[in-house]
Design a protein. Sequence first.
Lengths: 249, 249
Amino acid sequence: MDMEPKPAEAVPRLVSALRTIRPRPNAADELTQDLIDLLKQEGLQPGDRIPSVTALAGRFAVAPQTIREALRRLQALGLLDFRHGSGVYVREPLARVIVSNPYTGQLDPDVLLDLIDARLLIEPHLACLAVVRGGPDAIAELERILDLADQSLEGQDETLSDLNLDFHRAIARLSGNKVLGQTMDSLLDLYAAEQMMILQVYDNRERDAREHRAVLTAIRGGRPDLAAEQMREHLTGVRTVVEARLRAH
Amino acid sequence: MDMEPKPAEAVPRLVSALRTIRPRPNAADELTQDLIDLLKQEGLQPGDRIPSVTALAGRFAVAPQTIREALRRLQALGLLDFRHGSGVYVREPLARVIVSNPYTGQLDPDVLLDLIDARLLIEPHLACLAVVRGGPDAIAELERILDLADQSLEGQDETLSDLNLDFHRAIARLSGNKVLGQTMDSLLDLYAAEQMMILQVYDNRERDAREHRAVLTAIRGGRPDLAAEQMREHLTGVRTVVEARLRAH
DNA sequence: GTCAGAAAGTGACCAGATGACTCTAGATCA
DNA sequence: TGATCTAGAGTCATCTGGTCACTTTCTGAC
């Protein structure tokens, strides 16, 4: 029963002819969609700078504040990156469909365990797919990440942690399933934030390195079931350690 | 320096004493976090109205526009709902960690298939968990949804579609894993939007109803493996239909 | 009691201005 | 020559103050 009294004068979308008058309520709502369409159309990639707020305001014939509100939404979704005095930059592929909430403070312990359980369901399957779809160059990439991690075994906590997560992300990407890849990216974002906060000294460096190598070996050997099993064992170990650590506190 | 004539009466931040002076750049960044903390602390639930923009501006001693930018981010994450002339309302549990991008236009065909494959990995597992964790009242809820769906078999497309998706969401919630539950909610949001756009007349009503009943029967019978298998079969069927439909076009 | 209309509250948006930060092209200096 | 410093332009961050649109509520007439 939605007989809208809204006059709804067919609005010409971006590209060329701009609308003459933008209907009052929720210009920013449509603007957000229009903006992302425009940025996609211009083929902007992560790292690229988008036009300035004032330029966009001129282009869409709205006030700069309205543009800012629309861009803020895309920032919340992790798609854009604001840099004071410099500009607004693309951060993630603009077609990304699944994202994580960047404003979750510290996760509840049970949510953290749910998160690991989710990884435990998804990642072994991805490792399996990675065997099927991974070419030589992809395997070389995985190897490169683990080599860098080995070199950082004695170094910064954060660097090593990032590299280890990169390994997991790379496998997710390798699976070829974009949705699952983005889902894993989001889950790992959450996990990384948590790791920085309460798992700072979770120091199973050698063990992580060993288990990651085992996964890579299985992938290189073309053994999907083994890759899944190694990944499962690895994450089960992680879960055990995290659970013990949560209890300790 | 910004020697503001502003008296800067020590702003009483939430909880207790926080920073005295808010650093100029990116007030909205911290504001977003502070706002969500405040709303959580006040125990606001989905459906509740949050304080007005001007009230919040006064409370945090910033301009209304700054509050708006912060709230826009939470809107993009699906946590808040702006209603012109009425107020801003809580839409989702504020602790939600995984969300979908509401500004994805039409999904690429391969992404849509990836989406179904993701469901195919996750949902059978959730159906299995639902058997273990589901009590009598939960099963009654599932039954209620399917009964309503049956009554809508001849009615609105959209109503039936919503009910069918509700069935899947309910099972995801039943699993007890909050992260996987939210992940499924996000995936189903994407699927629902797509369904509205290109699968309008995907009309396997009776078949859907039958297969949903089969899943429910397995859950009620306390047979986890069977529930997973029925869910897998159901989704495999969906995938086949969607794939055929995509090829047809 | 019902209904229409006024009034208040609230969001949507614009215009204009100031401050702060980044980046770069010249100018300066060793 | 080459490195360093500086001034300026470009850009984001925020404030102030206003107008309009929509919703909700209350009031008064019927």
